[in-house]
Design a protein around this ligand. Structure first.
Ligand SMILES: [Zn+2]
Ligand SMILES: [Zn+2]
Length: 139
């Protein structure tokens, strides 16, 4: 499914907040994290709720839906595998722009190929866990 990069950025940060135990995520924290004004975040998150990516609860905050989480998972996986691709395969330092480009544009097939070259790593260079792909051995 094609999802705009803007929506992908929101889904990505919601995944990270969830990992940190911030669930539901607060609008202000999302806005700060993405470096945008809170009213713009509200507008976008309402739209994303209409489209079924998140659940928007006025006083509680934002939670990923199954659909939103599925996409976030792939972006996070792309992001963390790209970091390893740069540090372990290409042997450069982590270039955030490059990682950000990869995370939105590589297909699942390419992500799985990178994962396989790297022998299905469990963690990115920052020690964050990499969601498993179809290529990864079970258990
Ligand atoms: Zn990382
Ligand atoms: Zn794998």
């Amino acid at each position: 499914m094609k999802v705009s990069e803007n929506i992908q950025e929101y889904l990505e940060i919601l995944w990270i907040f969830e990992e940190e135990g911030k669930k539901p995520a607060k609008i202000n924290e999302i806005a700060n994290g993405l470096n945008i004004a809170a009213p713009s975040a509200v507008e976008m998150l309402r739209k994303m709720a209409d489209e079924g990516f998140v659940v928007y609860e006025a006083r509680k905050g934002i939670t990923l839906t199954k659909k939103g989480r599925e996409i976030a998972r792939q972006i996070i996986r792309n992001h963390r595998l790209s970091e390893l691709l740069l540090t372990k395969v290409i042997r450069t330092k982590i270039d955030e722009d490059a990682v950000c480009g990869f995370e939105h544009h590589i297909s699942e097939e390419i992500a799985d190929a990178v994962c396989t070259i790297l022998n299905h790593p469990k963690e990115c260079p920052h020690g964050k866990s990499i969601p498993r792909g179809k290529c990864c051995p079970k258990a």
